[in-house]
Design a protein around this ligand. Structure first.
Ligand code: 6PG
Length: 251
């Protein structure tokens, strides 16, 4: 299968339009599920505007907060209140104002052994399995309704870095990553590709001219982590014009 199979690319004018389009995807996924909804968030700077938008009345009033659960696809291995912590960023921008505390599922970096991200990953794996209600996936029942993703300058996504053994993990749901390829250079915990794939929709947000070089490589099909991450359902890339490769003609 070619790396770009099963990927829809949606281009938008600017980061504002990107956040608004992503917010509509969040609303659509919550509306499509009458039961318990699971959304896996991402860190980095790209989703910040989306998170702020979700906290505004226009969106906030349309999200069934009591039945939506929020997870995180990767975490920097720093305490929960450290500004570098991905879930802390999501909390500060919308979750703490909108979501019931019991529906927020951070990767437990603070309670785990501070020298061992694998231990923290194992605890999160247990939490995910308990939420899902099984130790193995049923293809017909994805873990997440929506998984948000970003792309790093080296083609990493979540904390799955090029050449890292974590990319080939098929058994564990989450793993420790001792060394990050990009700033901040702290250990990480990341969900693995099969777990991230277990979703109805995987939605990448990519914005800004500094992403154009890596998008050119990714859209050319290079074997990089962001090209290996895809949903068993839909995989959608939201890209703003400034990030779009010059030779892009649609996919
Ligand atoms: C992290 C992320 C990471 C991020 C990309 C893009 O913890 O750093 O989850 O995978 O999504 O690096 O980051 P930006 O949005 O800041 O470009």
């Amino acid at each position: 299968m070619a790396a770009n199979d099963n990927r829809q690319v949606i281009t938008v004018a600017d980061p504002e339009a990107l956040a608004a389009t992503a917010a509509e995807h969040v609303l659509a996924r919550t509306a499509a599920n009458n039961g318990r909804v699971a959304i896996c968030l991402t860190g980095g700077s790209s989703p910040k505007q989306l998170y702020q938008l979700l906290a505004t009345e226009a969106y906030r009033s349309r999200i069934p907060w009591q039945r939506v659960h929020w997870f995180i696809g990767d975490e920097r291995f720093v305490p929960a209140d450290d500004p570098l912590n991905n879930m802390a960023m999501a909390r500060a921008n919308f979750l703490d104002r909108c979501a019931p505390a019991a529906n927020i599922h951070p990767i437990p970096t603070a309670t785990a052994d501070p020298t061992n991200p694998d231990r923290s990953a194992a605890l999160y794996e247990q939490e995910l399995k308990s939420f899902y209600g099984a130790d193995a996936f049923d293809q017909a029942r994805p873990l997440f309704d929506l998984v948000l993703m970003g792309v790093g300058p080296d083609g990493h996504t979540a904390s799955l870095f090029p050449g890292d053994a974590a990319l080939d993990e098929t058994a564990r749901w989450a793993v420790g990553v001792p060394k990050a390829n990009v700033e901040p250079f702290v250990p990480r915990v990341t969900l693995t590709l099969p777990i991230l794939a277990s979703c109805r929709e995987m939605l990448f947000e990519v914005a800004g001219g500094d992403k154009r070089a890596i998008l050119t490589r990714l859209f050319a099909g290079e074997n990089l982590p962001a090209n290996r991450a895809r949903s068993t359902g839909e995989t959608v890339w939201l890209v703003d014009k400034s990030a779009l490769p010059e030779n892009f003609r649609g996919q």
